[in-house]
Design a protein around this ligand. Structure first.
Ligand code: FRU
Length: 542
């Protein structure tokens, strides 16, 4: 019940109770979407990890099934950790996953569906040959840093490839394996890619993207023109994910990032807030690539135990390469829009300097808001200049929170806000001037006032958004779901996801506002806000 559980979500994926972390092996089979996930059947903290399993026809409503993969052989007796699905020729799904063996070593295993005529794929059979890859003294693999196999891809030579995340001393590694039959896997001499001083690369993901248009490409596609490759890793040290766009050299089996490396705070992130251990899959029904990612709690372990659960999944996002070729674009799957109801609109509204405007008529604790802002050309030159040493957007956002007035901005939304503004989460923009006629757009998600309860992590997050306010509107879409604020800036160019735990801005007490604390007026060409219906997510079958 929402009164006793104000932080449970209404349209984000979560199990009925207990701990959840990484999304595992997402796939589509016989018209059904499958999501598996790291799950503790025994409590709200990490441990006893199995693969829980749900299916959906629309990526929005989910039916739970029995645990798909759980400790049952030597090779996974101490846990079934993360892994990925590969669709083998003849439409046969196969799961590669990490098992924890009796010596607590991390090894790679295979499981396949017991019955391919069952679209729900409820039963999985493990290979009697498990483990298929293990750390040995000969291969120099670190037994406690060897996990999270990717979706495998097939080369022209008929050989499968997969990567496994690892590290050697401080160097992050994408260890490459090859196989002809998906059972006998041989480690390649060189990793697909590596980078110094990264620490462990968890949950690598490697996939092609098209250089023209939004369509996804099968991981095993052999197309070489009009294609770039993406490598994403999850850095255990910082708990952030980074990706690069680059080239896959098939002759050497090496990935070459175009610029920078998958390495540090200068890399690109899927999400500048909370989002981890993500992975993509190719949706062959709708020809798109879909990204799943885990959003952990920002509250204490005691709080998790008290409420009986921990962890949610972000709304699945369609991903494609931006026209610039320099970054990915992410957008919530269109199916989510079916939950929209009770629309409220504003058009060509002037948002005056220093004002807060209430947007009434939506269920503000459970909403989808799309808004755009534009500034007058003549006002742009009044923008504050950006100190060239201010390169860390999160730091700027934490120093210039929502209540710090500026010239152009802060303007944006206050969500999960109570009428007295004792609690609110502010998602907003600021425009800065750089040398030349150059502008920098900063997007912030300020959680510092999100809850009167100080026993939560209320860190602010920030990202630069690659839009030009001279010619483009600044758009923002925010998905609000009780304790989640998932915000897409610049039509999916920069994303920030936050967890918040309001104590009075809950249920009917939650409101929605637009605000402008800049010294200049801005225009809202369009705003649409919808209440969201509750999705059917993992409700018990009994
Ligand atoms: C990432 C991760 C993976 C591992 C799994 C264990 O969150 O640590 O590296 O396979 O979670 O649950």
């Amino acid at each position: 019940d929402q009164n006793e559980q104000p932080y449970r979500t209404s349209y984000h994926f979560q199990p009925p109770k207990n701990w959840m972390n990484d999304p595992n092996g997402p796939l589509v089979y016989k018209g059904l979407y499958h999501l598996f996930y790291q799950y503790n059947p025994k409590g709200a903290v990490w441990g006893n990890i199995v693969w829980a399993h749900s299916t959906s026809t629309d990526l929005v409503n989910w039916t739970p099934h029995d645990h798909a993969i759980y400790p049952s052989q030597q090779a996974d007796i101490n846990g079934c950790w993360s892994g990925s699905a590969t669709i083998l020729p003849g439409d046969k799904p196969a799961m590669l996953y990490t098992g924890i063996d009796p010596q607590k070593k991390q090894v790679q295993n295979l499981a396949v569906p017991k019955n391919l005529s069952d679209p729900y794929l409820v039963e999985w059979v493990k290979s009697p040959r498990n483990p298929l890859a293990a750390p040995t003294t000969a291969n120099q693999i670190n037994a406690s840093s060897f996990r999270d196999p990717t979706t495998a891809w097939l080369g022209q030579d008929g050989v499968w490839r997969m990567i496994v995340g690892s590290k050697r001393r401080r160097r992050g590694l994408a260890v490459l394996y090859r196989s002809r039959d998906f059972v006998h896997w041989i480690k390649a001499q060189h990793p697909l890619h590596s980078a110094p001083l990264n620490g462990m690369w968890e949950c690598p993901d490697f996939f092609p993207v098209s250089t023209n248009g939004v369509n996804g490409i099968d991981t095993s596609s052999l197309m070489d023109s009009g294609v770039r490759h993406v490598l994403k890793v999850s850095l255990d040290d910082t708990r952030h994910e980074y990706y690069t766009i680059g080239t896959y050299d098939r002759s050497r089996d090496r990935y070459i990032p175009s610029k920078g490396s998958v390495e540090n705070d200068s890399g690109l992130r899927y999400d500048y807030g909370k989002f981890y251990a993500s992975k993509t899959f190719f949706d062959s029904i709708k020809n798109r690539r879909i990204l799943w990612g885990w959003i952990n709690e920002s509250s204490s372990v005691e709080h998790d135990i008290k409420k009986g659960w921990s962890g949610v999944q972000a709304i699945p996002r369609t991903v494609w390469l931006d026209k610039s070729g320099k970054q990915l674009i992410q957008w919530p799957v269109v199916e989510l829009e079916r939950l929209r109801t009770k629309r409220v609109d504003l058009t060509n509204k002037i948002l005056r300097k220093g004002s807060v405007v209430s947007i009434s008529g939506v269920t503000a604790s459970q909403a989808d808001v799309e808004v755009s802002f534009s500034v007058w050309r003549s006002d742009l030159e009044k923008a504050e200049s950006l100190d060239p040493t201010w390169t860390n957007p999160q730091l700027i956002c934490s120093q210039k929170g929502a209540s710090v007035a500026g010239q152009l901005g802060p303007f944006g939304l206050k969500v999960l806000a109570d009428e007295q503004m004792k609690e609110y989460t502010a998602v907003f923009f600021r425009i800065f001037k750089r040398r030349g006629n150059n502008y920098v757009v900063l997007m912030c998600s300020d959680q510092s006032r999100s809850s009167l309860d100080d026993d939560n992590d209320k860190t602010s997050y920030g990202a630069f958004v690659d839009v030009d306010p001279q010619h483009e509107e600044l758009s923002l879409r925010t998905l609000i779901d009780h304790s989640i604020v998932e915000s897409f800036g610049g039509m999916g160019k920069s994303i920030i996801t936050a967890r918040v735990y309001p104590t009075i801005a809950i249920g009917e007490g939650a409101k929605l506002y637009a605000f402008n604390y800049g010294a200049q007026n801005v225009t809202i060409p369009r705003l649409s806000a919808w209440s969201m219906e509750k999705a059917q997510i993992n409700q018990s079958q009994r």
